[in-house]
Design a protein around this ligand. Structure first.
Ligand code: CUA
Length: 157
């Protein structure tokens, strides 16, 4: 009897997880200036970020005419680079990982929002329009400095 109930619980938990994952990739485009269009999460060694070619130097790279990739590291309690500077009218894919615990990466006031899990690379793509400044906030409790954990995204012309 006990085992049976346990299995049901696990089944319910996995279904919930799948629904949450589906939900996280099907956001609509809303919010001023920055709109998230996709996300996904490949794996990485959280303890080896200093040797990782993408994350040893967190940065923004131009990869096409209007395309950029931002490699961002979240940590207790901030984000690198800070600020993250990207051009207006461009497509920016953020690759975000954590060097310690679970954080959040949310471009405040937009729908660009993902959980940042150590050992995983959260990938979110946004489209920028006009020049503007956005706060980046962590919305996963990550320790004593959680409430002060913030960064800045500068969309420049
Ligand atoms: Cu990082 Cu909360």
């Amino acid at each position: 009897m006990h085992i049976h109930a346990y299995e049901k619980l696990w089944l319910a938990a996995s279904v919930l997880l799948i629904l949450l994952l589906l939900g996280s990739v099907t956001y609509g485009a809303v919010g001023p200036g920055v709109a998230m269009v996709s996300d996904s999460e490949p794996a990485i060694d959280a303890g080896g970020l200093d040797e990782d070619e993408r994350f040893s130097e967190p940065r923004v790279e131009q990869v096409g005419e209007n395309e950029y990739e931002a490699y961002v590291v979240a940590f207790q309690f901030g984000f690198q680079p800070d600020p993250i500077v990207v051009p207006e009218d461009s497509t920016v894919t953020f690759y975000v990982t954590s060097r310690d615990v679970i954080h959040g990466f949310e471009v405040a006031g937009t729908n660009a929002n993902t959980m940042v899990v150590p050992g995983e690379v959260a990938e979110i793509t946004v489209e920028t329009d006009g020049a503007a400044e956005y706060g980046i906030v962590c919305n996963e409790y990550c320790g004593a400095g959680h409430h002060g954990m913030e960064g800045k995204l500068e969309v420049v012309s």
